[in-house]
Structures are given as structure tokens and as C-alpha cells.
Design a protein around this ligand. Structure first.
Ligand code: SAH
Length: 345
């Protein structure tokens, strides 16, 4: 017997063609597409507007690959961390982050990561594979369900800040976002989606050329090349100058501000000169800064800077009219905070 195809790898047009070729009406393809995406149905039997024969025929040809929430942990602050089992039994993690008025889904784009940022728990896992569009989409669907169940409202925002580097899985991430924002999918607004990247200039330019409508965040962590290279080896391949050029290109095309994510570590980047360098960098590109708390990973090599150092950053940035937010950490008790996703279970 030939191996059954994953039906969610088919476009709507291909589904329509499948029905025509099998002597059925092409519009059945539209019906099935709606079940697969908008209704996120994982069983042919649930497709109740199709006849039993049609469902059997689909069953003969296709499988519906889908994720499963393998384990769910709830933090005392309401954060939920999911271990997500993929159809080949690999695991990624995704997180629901609630605030008073909204819930944000933090989703993964790859199993593991290839980037070796030395402060990130995910970097301890090697990159295993890219996630497919449906695997990214399903994480959002699962978190939307949890948001409705535990927080009484639908999911409002999505950040690509889980495991992996989204710009190294460009095609699938963009396809997932297309489905998430499409009326034939989840109908969410692109304005509420943020892609976070380590900063790959070539791919940032490509985003601008592709006229994407979502927001861009860059994990900066230092505006001094030697310091950044020490923490993020990617900076040796493309330095801050190249990164800046790509961000200016992005801004010229999209007119959307960049968000810089920035952790302040003790003895690494907590001096006045580090904050000054950040101000200089921000002056060159319309941007704002999120200072994020460092979440210690097991080996304890790095430590969060003192609150005095954080205040120094805030003062320096504000004195120079750079918008800055200090982000508190969420879900630390369940290792769900930024950089702590490492499949501990
Ligand atoms: N690869 C993408 C997205 C995943 S990381 C990126 O680099 O942006 C999401 C964010 O968490 C990044 O800003 C990353 O630098 C940050 N991060 C990683 N490890 C962290 C840690 N231990 N504490 C706090 N933030 C961390």
C-alpha cells in the first residue's frame, strides 16, 4: 500500500483538484479546507457535511497530521506551558502568557535551535528539524482554546519567541502566519503578531521585500560588537553594522518600528558605556527597547544585573528619548520564561 499523504500539506486548489479527479464536486475541497483550518478538525469523521463514502475516500488517501498537548503546566501567575508532541513524537514547547486584558501565545518555530546563544536553554538542544506550517498553526489553536477555557477570552497576540529561529524556517513560518491571519484560518490581525529574531540581515530584507504586515523584534542584547559576539555567535557572521543596514531597509519599506529585546547581565553589559552604545544604536533606527529579565538556566554562568544597573539603562534611554519598557518575567516557576524552553520533561 502506498503511504498516505498528509492532507494539510495540500493547498485549497489541490484539494479541489483531488475531488474533481475522483469524480466528485470540486467545492468539496473548500468544505474540507474549512474543516482542516478554520475548524481545526483532526478527524475525517467529524466532517459532518460530507457523506460517509466521501469521508471513507479521504481516509483511504490521507492522514491529518496534528499536534497533541502532551503535558500542560500552570504557573501561579496564570502562565501555561505546553509540551507539544508532534506527529513524529518530537517535542516542542509553547507558552500562554496572560495579562489583565489579553493573552499572548509564545510559539516555537523549530525543534531545537542551531544558533548557540550561550545564555539560552534552547541552544543546549541541537536543531532537529523545522516545524511545518500546520504545526505552528496548531500551537496557536491549542493556546486559543486554553485562553478561552482558563482566562475567558480568546487569544489576542502571538509572539514567535519560543524554540528556534523563525527566520531560519522562513517559508513555513510565513505560510503559518498567512493561515493564522486569513479569514479562512483564524482571522487574527497581523498587527498582533511579532516575529522575534536573532537578527539575520539577509532574511530581514526579505521580510521587507515580501511586504509582511506583522511586527519585528530583534534580540540585540548589546550594541557593542565584541560583547554581542561573545553572547551570540551569529554576530560574528553578521555584525551590528550589517544588522542596522537591514533594519533601516525594513523601516524604509514598512514604516514599522523595531522592538529591541535586551537582557542586562551582571559584568557583561551593565556599565554606562553599554547603555550609551544602545542609545547610539537606537538613534539610527526608529525603535523601542524591551529590557527583559534574565532567566537563569541551569549552569548559572550568567547573572541578571542589579536593579541599579537596570535603572541606569532606563534613565539613560529615557533621557535620550528612546522608549523603554521593563518586562517582568512570567512563568519562572515552571521554566516557561524566555530562554528556559528546553524540554526538561
Ligand atoms: N530565535 C529568536 C526567538 C527565540 S528566543 C530570537 O533569538 O529572538 C526569544 C527571546 O528570549 C530572545 O530575545 C532571546 O534572546 C531571549 N532569551 C533567550 N534566553 C534567555 C534567558 N535565559 N533569559 C531571558 N531571555 C532569554
Amino acid at each position: 500500500m502506498t503511504k498516505k499523504k498528509d492532507i494539510r500539506a495540500l493547498t485549497k486548489e489541490e484539494l479541489r483538484a483531488f475531488f474533481s479527479e475522483n469524480n466528485d464536486k470540486a467545492f468539496r475541497g473548500n468544505q474540507v479546507y474549512e474543516w482542516l483550518w478554520q475548524k481545526a478538525t483532526y478527524s475525517f469523521d467529524d466532517m459532518t457535511n460530507l457523506s460517509k463514502e466521501t469521508r471513507n475516500m479521504l481516509e483511504e488517501h490521507f492522514v491529518i497530521n496534528h499536534i497533541e498537548v502532551d503535558q500542560m503546566q500552570r504557573s501561579i501567575d496564570g502562565t501555561i506551558k505546553n509540551a507539544i508532541k508532534l506527529h513524529d513524537n518530537m517535542i516542542v514547547e509553547s507558552v500562554l502568557i496572560p495579562t489583565d486584558t489579553r493573552t499572548t501565545a509564545c510559539v516555537s518555530s523549530q525543534v531545537g535551535c542551531s544558533l548557540d546563544c550561550n545564555f539560552c536553554a534552547t541552544a543546549r538542544l541541537k536543531r532537529m528539524r523545522n516545524l511545518n506550517p500546520d504545526e505552528i498553526y496548531d500551537q496557536v489553536v491549542a493556546i486559543d482554546k486554553q485562553s478561552r477555557l482558563y482566562h475567558n477570552h480568546k487569544l489576542s497576540n502571538i509572539v514567535f519567541m519560543g524554540m528556534g529561529e523563525p527566520l531560519l524556517n522562513y517559508k513555513n513560518v510565513l505560510e503559518a502566519i498567512d493561515k493564522i491571519t486569513s479569514d479562512e484560518g483564524l482571522g487574527m490581525s497581523s498587527k498582533r503578531i511579532t516575529l522575534s529574531t536573532v537578527g539575520i540581515p539577509k532574511m530581514i530584507k526579505k521580510l521587507a521585500d515580501d511586504e509582511v504586515k506583522f511586527n519585528l523584534a530583534v534580540s540585540l542584547h548589546s550594541a557593542i560588537d565584541e560583547v554581542r559576539s561573545k553572547m551570540m555567535p551569529i554576530n560574528d557572521k553578521s555584525n551590528l553594522t550589517e544588522l542596522l543596514a537591514s533594519l533601516q531597509y525594513w523601516y524604509a519599506k514598512t514604516k514599522r518600528k523595531i522592538t529591541f529585546e535586551y537582557v542586562v547581565w551582571k559584568d557583561i553589559n551593565d556599565a554606562q558605556k553599554d547603555a550609551n552604545a544602545l542609545v547610539d544604536y537606537c538613534k539610527k533606527i526608529p525603535s523601542k527597547v524591551n529590557l527583559i529579565a534574565y532567566n537563569a538556566i541551569d549552569d548559572g554562568e550568567f547573572q541578571q544585573a542589579s536593579s541599579k544597573a537596570i535603572n541606569m539603562y532606563v534613565k539613560t534611554l529615557e533621557a535620550n528619548h528612546v522608549v523603554v519598557n521593563v518586562r517582568r518575567s512570567r512563568g519562572e516557576d515552571i521554566d516557561a520564561a524566555c530562554g528556559q524552553l528546553a524540554n526538561k520533561s
